[in-house]
Design a protein around this ligand. Structure first.
Ligand SMILES: [Zn+2]
Length: 71
């Protein structure tokens, strides 16, 4: 088995964000096929507040970095 590191070959990648409401850490799946710059809303799994997620693909680390803010 060969490890797949390119987002183009993997449709779903795990990434985390810190809830802007309660500060708890959430895990989410980023759809890598949607591109390296994404924006969508996901509810916090702890406090259920909607977080606006700004998703950026970091080529240096090969991971998605997410910044969260409240709507
Ligand atoms: Zn929360």
């Amino acid at each position: 088995m060969q490890a797949v590191s390119s987002p183009a070959k993997q449709t779903k990648m795990e990434a985390g964000f810190q809830c802007a409401g309660c500060g708890e850490w959430n895990m989410t799946s980023v759809d890598a096929s949607a591109g390296g710059h994404q924006r969508y809303v996901e509810d916090c799994q702890v406090c259920c507040k909607p977080n606006v997620l700004r998703v950026e693909y970091d080529q240096a680390s090969g991971e998605f970095v997410i910044a969260a803010e409240l709507e």
